[in-house]
Design a protein around this ligand. Structure first.
Ligand code: AMP
Length: 440
């Protein structure tokens, strides 16, 4: 199969070959013809599957069928974070290099005036984060009456970040007749409700969650005490001569603290999170990509959408609260057919999070202890010798544990006597997260 056999124009195909793409990825093979046909699309796709090209290429082709008559935008792409918005905008520019389509990106955290000027000049494709787009609308800097195609990219994350009100407001301002494309890594009830109100008889596109199967990503767990994590990370970076490793922490403060400690230890490191200015984030990423910084420490939201080619190594310094975030994190390595390694430093207090992750990815991760770093409290990390049948009976359909006698319980790591399986994962795949706007 080739890009041209999917119905894309010669100019767009040429732009993909310039990027070195030889064959369409599975999501592209399904999404491109569907979008070209003018239908609404609901796609289950994660970062790393090639989803951006999956909607951008056919969107550009459809816009190219007619010239722009007003100031636009004619296609609106909403993304949850600034980084993802910038990357999608870069992709739009790359793929439209042989066609006259004009694109711009707007997001918060930077001055609004230059964005207003760009909008005034007229454009076809606008990539935006919802909050800044609403600010621009309220200041009469953008109108939506020419929008023909709407894309919600990483819709689940936009809802997690509390953008639902902005999204609903924006939807109410768009022309009724338009094509809608919704991309989401997960499908909670909330996303389904949004999709039902938004999509008209959509083509459903689903590819095997590349990251959850992740044959090309070697995953392992290093049990270690919380207090020893930094020392173990330094040792691993040194012993394995890692030159480029992306490390995840749960909090912005944690990211700063770890960066400082690594630097003190003689390992170049930079942090990327929502308290950093856009300039500082861009610089940190550029230094990391250029190989000037060995360790990039990131929080989940800041890292979302980061596309760093051929990243060999990802480390979870702390496990994420939401199991799906683990899948997104490890998806930073082993991208586009490369092999990668994701390892997690897990302390005893994170046993329940580990259990939630293993339930989601449907496998138990191998444990590797490092000499000199054996945890003093490893209780939750060791499989129980025997499943407790009374606990198995009490489980309320969260998919955790089969109650197999003597087998390794899947709720491995749950606190004895505590809630089984954790509350955030309740069997419907739904997460409980505060619905406030967060800073990326
Ligand atoms: P995405 O899932 O859109 O974030 O894309 C992930 C990565 O895959 C990006 O670096 C793209 O440049 C790359 N990519 C997208 N489509 C293809 C393709 N058909 N062949 C090879 N790489 C691709």
């Amino acid at each position: 199969m080739s890009f041209s056999s999917l119905g894309l124009s010669e100019q767009l195909v040429r732009a993909t070959s310039d990027q070195g793409y030889e064959t369409p990825s599975p999501i592209q093979a399904q999404a491109i013809p569907a979008v070209l046909s003018g239908r609404d699309v609901m796609a289950a796709a994660q970062t790393g599957t090639g989803k951006t090209a999956g909607f951008t290429l056919p969107l550009l082709q459809r816009l190219g069928e007619n010239p722009r008559t007003g100031k636009g935008p004619r296609a609106l792409i909403l993304t949850p974070t600034r980084e993802l918005a910038a990357q999608v905008h870069d992709s739009v520019n790359l793929y439209s290099k042989y066609i006259p389509t004009k694109a711009a990106v707007v997001f918060g955290g930077v001055k609004i005036n230059p964005q207003m000027m760009k909008l005034r000049k007229g454009l076809d494709v606008l990539v935006a984060t919802p909050g800044r787009l609403m600010d621009l609308y309220q200041q009469n800097a953008v109108r939506f009456n020419e929008v023909e195609i709407l894309v919600l990219d990483e819709a689940d994350r936009m809802l997690d970040m509390g953008f639902i009100r902005d999204i609903r407001k924006i939807l109410s301002l768009l022309p009724a007749k338009r094509q809608n494309l919704l991309f989401s890594a997960t499908f909670s009830n909330e996303i389904r409700t949004l999709a039902e109100g938004l999509l008209d008889n959509p083509v459903q596109v689903e590819v095997a969650a590349r990251n959850t199967s992740a044959e090309n990503i070697k995953q392992s767990v290093y049990p270690v005490d919380q207090s020893q994590k930094t020392a173990l990370l330094s040792k691993l970076v040194r012993d394995n001569s890692w030159d480029q490793v992306l490390v995840f922490t749960r909090t912005k403060h944690g990211a700063n603290r770890l960066t400082q400690k690594l630097e003190k230890d003689g390992i170049t490191a930079a942090a990327i999170h929502g308290n950093k200015s856009q300039g500082a984030r861009t610089r940190a990423l550029a230094d990391f990509k250029a190989g000037e910084v060995r360790v990039l420490v990131a929080t989940d939201i800041a890292a979302r959408g980061l596309d760093i080619k051929q990243l060999p190594q990802v480390v979870n310094f702390e496990l994420p609260n939401v199991p799906e975030d683990y899948v997104h994190r490890i998806g930073r390595t082993g991208r586009a057919g490369e092999s990668g390694h994701a390892l997690s430093l897990v302390s005893a207090d994170e046993g329940r999070m580990l259990a939630g992750i293993e339930r989601l990815i449907k496998k138990q991760l191998p444990r590797r202890e490092v000499e000199g770093f054996e945890p003093t409290n490893n209780l939750p990390l060791k499989p129980k010798a025997k499943a407790d049948p009374s606990r198995a009976r009490n489980r309320n359909g969260n998919g955790g544990g089969t109650g197999r006698p003597g087998g390794k319980p899947k709720s491995f790591g749950a606190k004895p006597g505590g809630r089984s399986g954790g509350r955030s994962q309740n069997g419907s795949g739904q997460r409980s997260r505060p619905a406030q706007r967060q800073s990326a």
